[in-house]
Design a protein around this ligand. Structure first.
Ligand code: PMP
Length: 447
């Protein structure tokens, strides 16, 4: 089979399946098989991936539960807290025994334990804000809290590549939405200029409130936000800054404090700091950090605080413990080593991929590394070729990206060893040759 034929197949799947043609069916399952693959172990540097379909003498496709140990380049396990940790895990188990997996109650009823209170204090201190509120889900932090912050008569100016949770929150808020060119402060300024005059007092303009929403590291691009420039435009036009640090908090900056620390931005200049615990901290949930007044307001008005069951106590304990490790408060220097390691690993891997001729998006220091495939037909091909050699990668296509901008998104972890990365590079290089995605081959050496 020609790889390209898989492209059409996705769209015409119902017709193909009606044809009952074994080969076409097999190809269709291969496309499906790139996604939703269950795993049967913790998302560590290696992971057990379950093969969902086996080929029985090329006759029938059977469901199976066989798992294969694969090098994991797909999880957001940036600091390696996504698996057993000598400091965090015993404390999480203790917490599980004491508090059970669920609080069975919302924060305002019986769902605030001493651990929840400690967590909010710990997060506020870590990100450098006076107060914080924690929710049970990162996605919901954006989608539920943005509508609490702004509504009809307000203006949201959103980066064109912001995450769906932000888009959801913005749409649900009823505010007017304008989009600026991805990570381009000059275009943000143009959009603001169309709406208000420079320096116009907040009370004398047509919008009740203006919020500019950006991300620390863009999840599909691996790019670091041009935060200093964005902040200076927002100051000029008196717009509030909302920063989503899902991928940057814990992962970049000298002490893991994210993009502000990395780029020397004062956290006092960021009005609303949002982040999730699902990446660097190996847990779940999200937070908003800001002024005491803002957080107090959210605690009275945020439906996820008032009406949703609070984040589970063992998950909250995991976050507190991992922050302690990051800051060296566990009495070791493992946190500093992890931060140095993720930076080293990311920069090594990115440079090697570029040397091989791949088109890699994103910036140095970012652990998110999209390799461009472009043609959607290459999604199953690339994924399959890597899996064949026991390397698990995440491949992304429409609707998460534009149709012709398909990519494989590599996530590097501090828990990857140098040998792991070298193995991954060999496999990716071979898959890249097979699928023809080395768009920048090295120039031939001069004689
Ligand atoms: N914001 C951004 C930028 C994200 O990439 C994601 C998901 N990866 C979320 C929010 C949602 O977070 P969670 O997966 O923790 O629900």
């Amino acid at each position: 089979f020609d790889w390209c034929s898989t492209n059409n197949l996705h769209g015409y799947a119902p017709i193909c399946l009606a044809h009952e043609d074994f080969y076409i069916r097999r190809l269709y399952h291969r496309i499906q098989d790139c996604f939703n693959r269950p795993i049967s172990s913790a998302p560590d540097s290696w992971v057990d991936v379950i093969e969902r379909y086996s080929n029985d003498n090329n006759k029938t496709l059977k469901r199976t539960a066989k798992s294969t140990r694969c090098l994991n380049l797909g999880s957001y396990n940036y600091l390696g807290f996504g698996s057993f940790d000598e400091y965090c895990t015993p404390r999480v188990i203790e917490s599980l025994k004491k508090f059970s997996p669920s609080t069975c109650s919302s924060r305002v009823d019986a769902g605030t334990t001493s651990v929840h209170a400690e967590l909010e204090e710990c997060v506020a201190k870590y990100v450098g804000k006076p107060a914080a509120i924690v929710t049970g889900m990162g996605f919901a932090t954006n989608s539920v809290i943005i509508p609490v912050l702004i509504g009809k008569g307000g203006l949201i100016i959103s980066d064109s590549l912001n995450h769906t949770s932000i888009v959801n929150g913005a749409r649900g808020s009823g505010a007017t939405i304008r989009v600026f060119q991805h990570n381009t402060p000059a275009h943000l300024e143009r959009v603001l200029k169309e709406q208000i005059a420079e320096g116009q007092p907040r009370t004398h303009r047509p919008w009740k409130k203006i919020i500019v929403v950006v991300e620390g590291i863009y999840s599909m691009e691996g790019e670091i936000c041009q935060l200093p420039e964005i902040v200076s435009v927002c100051k000029k036009y008196k717009a509030y800054v909302y920063l989503d640090e899902a991928h940057s908090i814990g992962a970049i900056g000298k002490t893991g404090r994210g993009v502000c620390e990395l780029l020397g931005v004062d956290t006092a200049d960021i009005d609303i700091m949002m982040g999730t615990f699902t990446k660097s901290f190996g847990s779940c949930g999200g937070y908003i950090a800001g002024s005491k007044e803002l957080i107090q307001y959210l605690k009275y008005h945020c439906p996820a605080h008032l009406y949703a069951t609070s984040i589970s106590t063992p998950s909250a304990q995991q976050i507190i413990s991992s922050i302690k490790v990051i800051l060296g408060e566990d009495g070791s220097n493992r946190g500093a080593q992890k931060l140095a390691r993720i930076r080293e690993n990311s920069n090594f891997f990115r440079a090697e991929l570029q040397k091989m001729g791949f088109e890699v998006l994103g910036d140095n220091d970012s652990p998110v590394m999209p390799i461009m495939l472009y043609n959607p037909a290459k999604i199953p091909a690339f994924s399959r070729e890597c899996l064949r050699e026991n390397v698990a990668v995440v491949v992304v296509g429409f609707p998460a990206t534009p149709l012709l901008l398909a990519r494989a998104r590599i996530c590097i972890s501090a828990s990857h060893s140098r040998e792991d990365l070298i193995k991954a590079l060999k496999v990716i290089s071979k898959a890249g040759d097979l699928t023809g995605i080395k768009y920048f081959p090295a120039a031939p050496k001069k004689q």
